[in-house]
Design a protein around this ligand. Structure first.
Ligand code: GLA
Length: 368
């Protein structure tokens, strides 16, 4: 037998056991430049993401926990896959084909991020694709789970490429008409998780419009221009510069942008996040119509993450690509309905660069 020299790119280790006795695994993917992505089968969660800075120095840019047990009780959705429906559904209720469905309410009177036991609190089946740097998680959400109609078979595939991209592809099928919007809820801090806040990160979002929301964070149904508001990130701006103006209590961003989607339906650039200190840059590409920008306003220092670091307000920010919040109740928003025979399919890419590299790329494009 010839000796195989294939470099193992995925390593699997036990991560713990749930109170129901289900074993949970942790998969670590490593690419050619040493970037690492760790994924837990509990919640199909990104627990760790090592990314090089401008000097090639790695730091973990994803907030999370060192072990399984805090994930079991945490309610802040660190790194997880959110489903069946990302963000809020007003009054935990929607009507589809003349029938009203009542959902589990877990955010005042609203249903948030799938309800009391969303996809973030499930153990997903795992399939490791050896040599392909991909891990695929799948689950069945039974008809009526958290109030949602239809047996839903969902999967999410994470790929780490040698061009420093984390690609996340979601799929779902149903046997009754239902609503679906899956996203990833990683809190990024490009300085490194637990090393201060994200207020000096510079954000640029390819959106001219957003969906304003009321004080319960339910969209009013209007679609307004970002121009002249704290939501105007068409030119790069520091996240912390207009926090008060952004509103909210505690103040900060928790808003859905209306992205400029590409006509091809392929993922296109939605946002660029730059951390000037380390030189780390993250670009977000998606095929989704919306993106929730959440600046970690509800973090309050009570959650103690990896390396015993407490996550203070704005310790991380989320860029959650999604259907619009409350879409099932808003006829003017893009539909979030999935019918039998259809496949829900969507991809989001988080691509990491560093400042000098980003400049080179720009020059390259200009010379092309
Ligand atoms: C989302 C919401 C926020 C908050 C977080 C979880 O991003 O939009 O309002 O609920 O999840 O804490």
């Amino acid at each position: 037998m010839t000796a195989m020299t294939t470099k193992t790119k995925i390593k699997t280790a036990p991560f713990g056991i749930t109170p129901d006795g289900e074993p949970v695994e942790l998969h670590t993917l490593t690419n050619n430049s040493g970037m690492q992505l760790s994924l837990s089968s509990y919640g199909a969660t990104i627990t760790r993401l090592l990314v090089p800075d401008r000097d090639g120095k790695l730091a973990d840019v994803a907030l999370g926990f060192d072990s399984l047990s805090p994930y079991l009780t945490s309610k802040i959705y660190l790194g997880c896959t959110v489903g069946r429906f990302a963000n809020r559904i007003a009054q935990g209720r929607f009507t589809l084909n003349g029938k009203t469905f009542r959902l589990a309410r877990n955010d005042g009177t609203n249903s948030l991020h799938g309800g009391l036991k969303g996809f973030d609190k499930r153990v997903w089946k795992t399939r490791v694709m050896p040599g392909q740097t991909s891990v695929r998680f799948s689950l069945r959400s039974p008809d009526g789970e958290e109030g949602y109609p239809g047996n839903l078979d969902a999967s999410v595939t994470f790929t780490l490429t040698d061009s420093n991209e984390v690609r996340i592809s979601y799929q779902a099928k149903t046997d009754r008409p239902t609503v679906v919007s899956l996203t990833n809820h990683t809190y990024f801090n490009l300085t490194g998780a637990g090393r201060g806040d994200i207020l000096n990160h510079v954000l640029c979002v390819r959106a001219d419009r957003y969906t304003p929301a009321d004080e319960r964070l339910i969209p009013t149904g209007k679609i307004l221009p970002v121009a002249g508001s704290a939501l105007d990130f068409r030119k790069p701006a520091p996240v912390g510069a207009r926090l008060r103006q952004a509103g909210g209590d505690p103040a900060g961003y928790d808003h859905n942008f209306v992205l400029k989607t590409s006509a091809s339906g392929k993922p296109s650039l939605a946002a660029t996040l730059t951390e000037p200190g380390s030189g780390r840059v993250m670009k977000v590409f998606t095929d989704q119509p919306g993106m929730q920008f959440y600046s970690g306003n509800f973090l309050d220092g009570k959650t103690v993450g990896k390396g015993a670091k407490a996550y203070q307000r704005h310790a991380g920010l989320c860029l959650e690509t999604q259907r619009f919040p409350d879409a099932p109740n808003q006829s003017r928003f893009p539909s979030a309905v999935l019918r039998p025979g259809e496949t829900y399919r969507t991809t989001t890419i988080f691509k990491f660069l560093s400042l000098p590299q980003a400049r080179n790329n720009k020059n390259k494009r200009r010379n092309d």
